[in-house]
Design a protein around this ligand. Structure first.
Ligand code: ZN
Length: 141
């Protein structure tokens, strides 16, 4: 499946120190009522919580580290799940030179974070359970 979009707005902002990365981004999305979008960001975290999707077991494995890391890249998308905005984001961080990352979960604590949220104009994509992967993927219309 594929759809075409135009960019209607770009929100640039900063999350405050000590805030939750996922929830902080989601708060902006809810407040601005972004139904379809692209999310980018860079910064630093005091704590990282991500998941790795085990393709055989078809389940997420949660991982966390309680140490300062640099956010080299956060990239994600906003679409709908059960009719409500849903943020799916992945993150790459580095502890000095070593990179690591995963599927962003709630619980990552911001040291400093700058985001760009691109609001899109076009068809709304809805997530639906996909039996083959065990994931909630964009449904074919
Ligand atoms: Zn993911």
């Amino acid at each position: 499946m594929q759809a075409t979009y135009g960019i209607s707005k770009v929100y640039m902002g900063r999350l405050s120190k000590g805030s939750d990365l996922y929830n902080g981004l989601f708060e902006v999305i809810k407040t601005k009522e972004v139904g379809m979008g692209i999310v980018y960001g860079i910064g630093a975290l005091e704590r990282l919580v991500v998941a790795y999707y085990d393709q055989k077991a078809k389940e997420y494995r949660r991982m966390e580290i309680e140490e300062p890391v640099e956010v080299l890249s956060l990239t994600g998308n906003i679409s709908l799940k059960d009719g409500l905005p849903f943020l799916h984001a992945h993150i790459v961080v580095a502890n000095e030179l070593r990179a690591m990352g995963g599927h962003l979960l709630e619980g990552s604590r911001v040291f400093a974070f700058e985001y760009q949220i691109l609001e899109l104009e076009g068809p709304r994509l809805n997530r639906a359970y996909d039996d083959e992967t065990g994931l909630f993927l964009w449904a074919d219309k």
